[in-house]
Design a protein around this ligand. Sequence first.
Ligand code: HEC
Length: 185
Amino acid sequence: MNHTRYLAFLAITLTISSFSLSASQELHREAVGLVKQFGATLKPQLIQAMQQGGPVNAVDVCAAKAPQIAYELSEQSGWNIRRVSLKSRNASAVADAWEQKVLKEFESQLVAGKPAKALEYEEFIAGEYRFMKAQVTTPLCLKCHGSNVAPALQEKIEIHYPNDLALGYQAGDIRGAFSLSFKPE
Ligand code: HEC
């Protein structure tokens, strides 16, 4: 390749790589925003329901609202948005193979001392941009995901989720993750 052609080649390569960098940065920004929006919509409703009618009431709210919020955010944004777990409550939250791998990786990173808030992962895979952000168990979560769930509450959970696996967590454990994907045109 002569010098001029090489420079032209370099310029094109740089243009393409800077474009794809900003495209993936944009997708990352959108994904983080959607996760924030999901959390900021669900959490106040959960807390309010707990305060108004205790956790037994809040289970109904969570069971109805969480899937609804995921559905509405997906419809509005064009992204596929769900919550997943290695031990899921809702059968539709069972992690696929890729999500399982990422969740296990989050667990090792947490053990290795990475701050919970920093546990996120992105990858372009099979023509899709995929993003996950961990959700760590806090004391608030233990009422419904801990080891000593009150019997009346447990019964209520079993009515909605006969195959519930999302119990026995301790504060600081990874409860699950937000999992988002987007197929660029
Ligand atoms: C009032 C009881 C209650 C509390 C408190 C609660 N959850 Fe849940 N959680 C549920 C129910 C019910 C579902 C199933 C919702 C659904 O159908 O999407 C659920 C589902 C989830 C899921 C989706 C994956 C799965 O297992 O189905 C995640 C992740 C999750 N909860 C995390 C948390 C975290 C983190 C906290 C604390 C900040 C928390 N939850 C507090 C009741 C609760």
